[in-house]
Design a protein around this ligand. Structure first.
Ligand SMILES: [Zn+2]
Length: 209
């Protein structure tokens, strides 16, 4: 075969507006509210900037609140379907540390902060990353109802599955604020729902047509 046509690497980079947004953020996000407030803000701006869906994530040292990485959903900007905010934040933290295991013995306890419950892909990504805590603005039907995004076939016992692996789940921090971001996104008549197939895809096609 002619291998010259095959891609041999792939990558994604944060849009410049993220650095500008983070420039005014303190080094330390002391409370759960501080952390969720930032992901909500990044999620809101991400869809306004048309770089991806209304999702953002951080990797933070749980004890100190030091921010290690920030990610936003980059599916539209990167053309890569796996670049959800959680995957981006985890990958940037792993790149910064030069290590795939964010839970290595002797390291600081790291957590993933997200503005909603992970989708089925990010459920696995979070689990395999080594983070010890998952801090979520919320979970429930609002994302799918307000935005049209599909979370995939999540297990009913997803909290217990994290728990069984020693990963603490904290939910319901500034939840209403997170829902407002999804509502604003859903009210846009030019919003792109990129992961949809079947009935959801038809709804999107008619909406974006
Ligand atoms: Zn995801």
């Amino acid at each position: 075969m002619d291998t010259s046509a095959l891609a041999t690497s792939f990558g994604a980079r944060l849009p410049d507006w993220v650095a500008a947004e983070l420039a005014g953020v303190p080094e330390v996000l002391a409370t759960d509210e501080d952390r969720i407030r930032l992901v909500n803000r990044l999620a809101e701006r991400n869809h306004r900037e048309n770089t991806g869906g209304p999702f953002a994530a951080l990797v933070v040292e749980s004890g100190t609140g030091r921010l290690l990485s920030a990610g936003v959903n980059l599916v539209l900007a990167s053309g890569l379907s796996s670049t959800h905010a959680e995957v981006v934040a985890l990958s940037l933290a792993q790149t910064r540390l030069g290590a795939w295991d964010l839970g290595a013995p002797g390291g600081p306890g790291l957590e993933l902060v997200v503005n909603w419950r992970p989708c089925v892909m990010c459920y696995g990504a979070a689990m395999w990353s080594g983070v010890r805590r998952l801090l979520l603005a919320g979970d429930g039907p609002e994302v799918e109802a307000l935005t049209g995004f599909d979370e995939g076939p999540m297990r009913e016992d997803w909290v217990e599955q994290f728990d069984a692996r020693g990963i603490e789940i904290v939910r319901g921090v500034l939840r209403d604020e997170a829902v407002e971001v999804f509502r604003a996104y859903g009210e846009r008549d030019d919003a792109v729902v990129y992961n949809a197939r079947g009935a959801a895809a038809e709804a999107t096609a008619s909406r974006s047509a």
